[in-house]
Design a protein around this ligand. Structure first.
Ligand code: ADP
Length: 374
């Protein structure tokens, strides 16, 4: 009469777990029945033997008492060992592991008492504990990585400001040189300020502290405005720009957050494309979504880079690392998750890249495409 019960919880890797939940454990019943049969058999045998040997009544009373005391002692030791193995030792291990975690060691792993096919509630608790420690460990690593990335990104502009300020203080150099130092300080300050506002924005987006202001607006007009902002840069780099858009494309999204998306994609296309190259912006509306793609003939990316470009602070192409901080695409991804849209990338190293963004058509929530986990 052993039943297997689902925990009702989902384990990321194993799906639903089956717990052994027994009202009447047949195997234990079998062991007890066998032992009691054997012991009472021995008892009867002893009584018969003592009768045959004509032992005194006192001995015939004392021997079975001593015999059952030994049996009770054996059963007590057996039950004690079972309790120790099944509950006490695992709970001790769990207590020791908890102490280690409290002390900041997230490498602990507590083994389960039973195999995965015979889990009980204690095993499930241990599995959940291990998972919790794993999660805590990864959050801790992310936190440490984040702090070291931010410190690294801040170090360069701060060093630049310090050096130029020292040079200015000496009072040496021509007027032009001094102007150049001042410009250097300004640029480094702008870099620092961009970095900090990107971190704050990303933090707000990740903690859902930004309430998107969803409104219906014309995406084509927005794209045109964004593209125009880059006119000077296109000209400077002599890039060939091709735009293929509809007259109008209504979308329902947060206008200012979407501006951030287009600005990031367009500035990356300009940044990573060599002078004389070309950038193409294409927009179309299908039955399900509005799609915008930005294609460039720039340096492209390796498949390894493509896997990481949405990670915070990731910079694949280091030759332009001074012009960014690796947070742009992380922000883009976050915004699109909030907008119920998605983004995907196709890229070939040395040939160029295409970033394609899809936004749901305006309408009821049910009509929109599923949120794609990015
Ligand atoms: P960054 O501020 O460094 O540009 P992003 O998050 O915008 O940070 O981009 C992350 C990385 O993705 C870049 O460092 C670069 O390696 C890669 N990347 C992004 N856009 C392009 C592109 N159009 N062409 C080639 N590589 C790109």
């Amino acid at each position: 009469m052993e039943r297997e019960k689902r925990t009702g919880r989902r384990d990321g890797r194993d799906g639903e777990r089956m717990i052994k939940d027994s009202l009447f454990p047949i195997s234990l019943f079998g062991i007890f029945l066998g032992v009691l049969f054997l012991m009472s058999g021995i008892h009867v045998g002893l009584v018969v033997l003592m009768n045959r040997l004509n032992w005194s009544e006192l001995v015939q009373t004392l021997v079975p008492m001593a015999y059952w005391s030994v049996v009770a002692g054996g059963l007590t030791l057996f039950t004690r060992k079972k309790i120790r193995n099944t509950y006490e030792e695992p709970l001790h291990r769990l207590a020791r592991a908890t102490e280690q975690v409290a002390g900041g060691d997230f490498s602990v792993y507590v083994p389960t008492v039973h195999t995965s096919a015979r889990l009980d509630y204690l095993d499930v608790m241990i599995l959940d504990f291990n998972k919790m420690v794993e999660e805590l460990g990864s959050v801790e690593t992310l936190k440490t990585d984040f702090v070291s990335n931010v410190s690294h990104e801040m170090k360069t502009p701060i060093a630049v400001i310090k050096n130029y300020a020292e040079l200015l203080q000496t009072g040496k150099g021509t007027r032009e040189e001094q102007m150049e130092y001042a410009r250097g300080i300004e640029e480094a300050a702008v870099r620092l300020s961009d970095l900090i506002s990107n971190i704050l924005r990303l933090n707000k987006l990740e903690n859902q502290r930004i309430d998107p202001e969803i409104e219906q607006y014309d995406l084509c007009a927005q794209l045109e405005d964004c593209i125009l902002q880059y006119e000077e840069m296109w000209d400077e780099k002599e890039l060939d720009l091709e735009v293929d858009m509809e007259e109008r494309a209504p979308v329902q999204a947060d206008r200012s957050l979407m501006e951030l998306v287009w600005n990031n994609l367009l500035s990356n296309a300009v940044k990573f494309t060599e002078p004389g190259g070309s950038v193409k912006v294409r927009q179309r509306t299908t039955e399900e979504y509005v799609e915008v793609s930005v294609t460039d003939t720039g340096c492209g990316m390796s498949s390894e880079s493509v896997r990481h470009i949405f990670d915070k602070f990731y910079q694949g192409d280091t030759s332009h690392s001074g012009e960014g901080n690796g947070l742009g695409l992380a922000l883009v991804k976050r915004v699109l998750v909030l907008m119920n849209g998605d983004i995907h990338v196709e890229s070939r190293q040395g040939e160029g890249s295409t970033f394609t963004v899809r936004l749901p058509l305006p309408g009821d929530k049910e009509d929109r495409p599923e949120v794609t986990e990015l």
